[in-house]
Design a protein around this ligand. Structure first.
Ligand code: FAD
Ligand code: SF4
Length: 521
């Protein structure tokens, strides 16, 4: 008989080969290892989340526990008021000699592991390095300069060389180029066929979760048509389906937006990557193999790998580099309330209506809708960053702090002042018209800057440039946009500012009034 050890697995760390129980096995017989999983009622009830995200998490955790039991592990699955109470209950029942866990991917989770848990329990706690990210194994910049701006492109190239991804011989990029962006960024042909992502019918375990969650969420869980993968096997099927049916077109159309399809040629794999049903290297190698077999072109394979090995790792790295201050960023002194239409989707701006409708019902928008519609609008309208962050966190099925904070505060709003992104991602209607079919069916005119029917993205964009021109001038990447201000005479500048002020007042006044009414009832 060996000393009993417990391995606590967090709900978003469902790796099939989890560091915690593999480490426990090095010193302890399998029958003396308890794998602990805790469903925290506090988290379910008090942290607003998309219903599909909650169903996914609980169903995947329960499937994971069942799979571990089948593999011969002894699992203690607990539903508890909080993680702490669940863990304390486990320790009391099983009295292990040590508790192993893998470092949480987010700041609050890690503080809990490092501080609260040791304070509230008298047990030795081993926190193992997080293995859901490749930067947990190789960090290209272990001691970053606090004020320095690091560029994703070079970070990504370093990781490609280290992990030998799309790299030939002496570290040269496969195909001769590190970056195929010039072949990508096309708008979508109107007759192109777009295969939808694979869906999965809820099995008995998922149905049980849906029935249990229904009283807690609105709309009731039964009504949301949950169809996500909840096991490793299903997530692998979703990956195979993406590679077979959509990857080849991913590159050229990764920036396109259309009312015809929500996912277009994107992978829809982030919910699985973020909870350990898929691992980054598994996804990267599968895509690389498809390229080597001649099934997809290099610009799509590289374009996709750049998202996972480049952006995903870079954002995780930036999160840990910047927290906790990163979360507080408000570089533009934005102070307006988030308009109510973000919560109900009722707006006359067709592009936002389309994107918000998908976000609210499916918990998903692809990257360009998140960045160039929703975040762009919030930046231009001066919406208070913490409110934007709360909305994103509550709305998406793949939302976790490590990825939301750098994407919303850094990339989306440029509220960190440019530590993460090299320039603010802002645009007028021009970009939206070029990359989507939304403007064709909108009551606003994308060609009009001010006056009746003018698209709000236009006057808000010019107003933003005018209001922040002094600070924007410090950024060489903004010089072209700023130089266009010379085309606006004094009268036009006044008109832009007047209409922007009026519009912002209108959308935020309605919001303030609704909030007042809520408070008084
Ligand atoms: P694909 O376009 O198929 O890309 C493949 C994978 O690359 C994604 O699954 C994801 O794992 C990774 N990826 C691509 N870009 C990023 C990025 N900027 N940061 C991190 N990973 C990236 N991603 C999340 O996983 N969760 C979030 O909560 C989230 N919030 C975002 C908020 C804003 C304001 C912005 C601008 C981006 C956000 N992203 C987030 C990043 C990105 O938009 C999503 O990962 C992507 O849209 C998910 O859809 P997909 O799986 O079809 O992605
Ligand atoms: Fe959006 Fe303006 Fe185009 Fe309407 S006209 S869809 S509001 S960009």
């Amino acid at each position: 008989m060996t000393q009993p050890i417990s391995a606590w697995i967090l709900g978003n760390q469902l790796l099939s080969e989890h560091h915690a129980f593999l480490t426990a096995e090095e010193s302890t017989a399998k029958e003396d290892i308890r794998v602990l999983l805790v469903e925290s009622q506090h988290l379910l009830k008090h942290r607003p989340s998309h219903p599909s995200k909650l169903i996914l998490l609980l169903s995947a955790m329960r499937h994971y526990a069942a799979a571990l039991e089948n593999a011969g592990y002894r699992v203690d699955y607990r539903q508890a008021p909080s993680f702490l109470i669940g863990i304390q209950g486990h320790l009391k029942s099983h009295n292990p000699s040590r508790l192993l866990s893998m470092a949480a991917s987010d700041y609050a989770g890690r503080r809990f592991q490092e501080t609260t848990l040791p304070e509230k329990t008298s047990l030795p706690i081993d926190i193992l390095p997080n293995r859901q990210f490749l930067t947990g194994r190789y960090n290209p910049y272990p001691q970053p300069d606090p004020g320095k701006q690091y560029i994703m492109e070079y970070f990504y190239r370093d990781l490609r060389k280290h992990f030998q991804v799309l790299v030939d011989g002496e570290g040269e990029p496969t195909g001769g180029e590190w970056n195929y962006d010039q072949k990508n960024r096309e708008s979508l042909p109107s007759d192109i066929h777009i295969p939808p992502p694979l869906t999965f019918s809820p099995d008995e375990i998922t149905q049980e979760v849906i029935a249990q969650l229904s009283p807690l969420i609105d709309p009731p869980a039964e009504e949301i048509g949950f169809a996500l993968a909840v096991t490793h096997h299903q997530a692998e099927k979703a990956l195979e389906d993406f590679i077979k049916h959509r990857l080849a077109e991913f590159g050229p159309y990764e920036d396109a937006m259309t009312s015809r399809s929500m996912v277009i040629f994107h992978s829809h794999l982030s919910p699985y990557l973020n909870i350990g049903l898929l691992t980054p290297l598994q996804v990267i190698r599968a895509v690389e193999t498809a390229y080597k077999r001649g099934e997809v072109p290099i610009h799509s394979a590289e374009g996709f790998i750049r998202q996972v090995l480049g952006w995903r790792e870079f954002m995780y790295w930036q999160y840990w580099r910047g927290m906790p201050e990163l979360k507080e960023g408000n570089h533009w002194y934005a102070r307006h309330r988030l308009p109510d239409f973000f919560w109900n989707g009722e707006t006359k701006l067709n592009c936002l209506r389309e994107a918000l409708g998908r976000a609210l019902s499916n918990g998903y928008n692809h990257h360009i809708e998140r960045l160039m519609l929703l975040s762009n609008f919030c930046t231009l309208a001066g919406i208070h960053p913490p409110e934007v962050l709360d909305w994103f966190m509550a709305t998406y099925i793949d939302a976790y702090p490590w990825v939301m904070v750098p994407n919303v505060i850094g990339m989306g709003l440029h509220a960190d002042g440019g530590v993460i992104g090299t320039k603010p991602y802002i645009s007028s209607a021009n970009y939206i018209q070029k990359m989507s079919d939304y403007c064709q069916n909108c009551g606003y005119d994308h060609n009009v800057r001010t006056g009746e029917g003018a698209c709000p993205f236009n006057f808000l964009y010019w107003n933003f440039l005018l209001s922040h021109q002094d600070r924007l001038r410090a950024n060489p990447r903004m010089s072209l946009s700023l130089s266009n201000l010379r085309h606006l005479n004094a009268q036009e500048r006044k008109a832009v500012q007047k209409q922007a002020d009026h519009f912002i007042k209108q959308i935020t006044e309605a919001t303030n009034t609704n909030h007042e009414m809520e408070k008084n009832t």
